[in-house]
Structure formats: C-alpha cells, structure tokens
Design a protein around this ligand. Sequence first.
Ligand code: 5GP
Length: 121
Amino acid sequence: MSYDSENIFAKILRGEIPCDKVYENDHALAFNDIGPQAPVHVLIIPKGEYVSSSDFSATASDAELAGFLRAIHAVAEKTGVLESGYRLIANAGEDGHQEVPHFHVHLVGGRRIGRMIQRAD
Ligand code: 5GP
C-alpha cells in the first residue's frame, strides 16, 4: 500500500489540522486521541511517511526506530502511567481495523483496561 499524504495524521504533521500535543522529538509526535477510550489515550506517530508497523519496522532508519520507541517511553512517563501500567496497540490493515493509514501506536491507561482481545461476536 502506498502512502496517502492526505491522511489525517499527515495533515496534523504538516500543521494543517491542530492536535493536542503531548510530546515531540526529532522523529515522533504524540498527541491525545480525539475519541479517548481510557483516561489516558495518546497516539504516537513517526514523522516519516510510513503506512503501517511493518512498513515502519522494515524501512525506517535506526535513528527513526529509536526516536519512536523513546517517544513511547516519554509519553508513558509524562502521562503518569509508568507505575500503574498501560497498553500499547498498533492496528494494521483490515483485520487489525486500522483506520488511519499512517503508522501509529495507541498508548492507553489510567484505568484497568481489561483483557487483551475482545471477542468480535
Ligand atoms: P486506528 O483504528 O487507525 O488504529 O485508530 C485511529 C485513531 O485516530 C482513532 O482512535 C481515532 O479516534 C483517532 N483520530 C482520528 N482522527 C483524529 C484526529 O483528527 N485527531 C486526533 N487527535 N485523533 C484522531
């Protein structure tokens, strides 16, 4: 799948759409999800044009990979969930129910968030 530069996160990165920024470094931006599903629900995205986690893992530079992972830690620290715990979710493709085609990780916490996978039925 080729990268669609008109996706909503690309527009946020270009500053065309505002976001509620939580953290930023050279390679990643983190902002609150517009429809939070937990008291803490932050999206962490790489600044580069990557569609999915596979795309990012396979083709990003070492600096981008490191910057992205460091951003996840910084967000966990900044939102106060390091001790209480949190979950990272990266949806990919149709089965994974990925809605925005720019790689992102959801960091959710601030309450007990239950079992890992909900049954679809
Ligand atoms: P996905 O299903 O692709 O993993 O999740 C996309 C997430 O992006 C959803 O949780 C949705 O609420 C969030 N989202 C969609 N549009 C916007 C937006 O314009 N701003 C922000 N902050 N989040 C958005």
